[in-house]
Design a protein around this ligand. Structure first.
Ligand code: GLV
Length: 319
């Protein structure tokens, strides 16, 4: 008999075809994320779970599945899972690192340029037939080339963002608990800086840290106040790293020049004020959303799941 698995939401057909050969699965929904109560109800008799980053897999969910052996999260981040509790119960947790690094770095750059050069506003204006001819001061943005880029979290994605910044001849400063090797600092033209100094001296600041209890509201109201009036803040990591309400207020007061956000503190809810601001560019958490990358993520999650259920060591073990 094949092991029973809950896949919380419809995933790409190629991954489902692969899974069909190895497991019996139930798909939570094709339309929307399951509620926690629905997950609890459906997971009771399952040995495996393929979860998405929007699914809350906390102690209560884990405890409702006595046969659960593996949680394969289809994301690199796993802040949605209580990994300590899973580990205590000897349940494996896996993620999908590596494959979304370049894709997320590309999206980060799309956001930087979109904010700096007011791309969405210009597009809207043009489509609304408001363009009456070239004007010296039409949609004046911010120069990116040669500026100082502050990267918070210099892991895989932070480095991929830094590597693209070389083409813009940027000086890079970074904040991370781990220092890069001298060779890497040279390669990325990057120097470490304490967070406060990074915030007060960078012209573009971009966040690529994981969400942990230590990084929750790392960019608090007080830290936001350190940011330069002409600076741009980008977050394509996890929403709760930034105090979203404080950021919205700072943007409204023009205490920060602009922000580009792909993630929010209470997804899918977004601080109402942000929706009204023309200096905030908002995306619906699409950092890794290319067909190629999402397929790789789904296949990796599926493979991790099958490996775990077969009693093998999954490739991307978190715990
Ligand atoms: C995306 O946000 C991920 O963690 O994979």
């Amino acid at each position: 008999m094949k092991p029973k698995v809950l896949i919380t939401r419809k995933i790409l057909p190629e991954a489902l075809d692969y899974l069909k050969e190895h497991i019996d699965y139930e798909i939570g929904s094709s339309e929307r994320a399951l509620t926690k109560e629905e997950i609890i109800e459906k997971i009771k008799d399952k040995e495996g779970l393929l979860s998405l980053l929007v699914d809350t897999i906390d102690k209560k969910v884990i405890d409702s599945a006595p046969s659960l052996r593996i949680i394969a999260n289809c994301a690199v981040g796993y802040n949605n899972i209580d990994i300590n509790h899973a580990q205590k119960k000897k349940i494996h947790v896996t993620n999908t690192p590596g494959v979304l690094t370049e894709t997320t770095a590309d999206l980060t750059w799309a956001l930087i340029l979109a904010v700096a050069r007011k791309i969405p506003q210009s597009d809207k204006f043009t489509k609304e037939k408001k363009y009456r001819g070239w004007e010296l001061e039409l949609f004046l943005g911010k120069e990116v080339t040669g500026k100082r880029l502050g990267i918070i979290g210099m892991g895989r994605i932070g480095k991929a963002v830094a590597s693209r910044a070389q083409a813009f001849r940027m000086e890079i400063v970074y904040f991370d608990p781990f220092r890069l090797s001298p060779a890497e600092e040279k390669k990325y033209n990057a120097s470490p800086l304490p967070l406060d100094e990074l915030l007060s001296s960078s012209e573009i600041i971009t966040i690529h840290a994981a969400l942990t209890p230590q990084t929750f509201h790392l960019i608090s109201k007080e830290k936001i106040e350190l940011i330069n009036k002409d600076a741009i803040l980008i977050n394509a990591a996890r929403g709760p790293i930034v105090d979203e309400k404080a950021l919205a207020e700072a943007l409204e007061r023009r205490q920060i020049w602009g922000a580009g956000l792909d993630v929010y503190e209470r997804e899918p809810d977004i601080e109402e004020k942000l929706l009204t601001l023309d200096n905030a560019i908002l995306l619906p958490h699409i950092g890794s959303a290319t067909y190629e990358t999402r397929l790789k993520m789904a296949m990796i999650a599926a493979r991790n799941l099958v490996q775990g259920l077969k009693g093998e060591r999954p490739d991307n073990l978190v715990v």
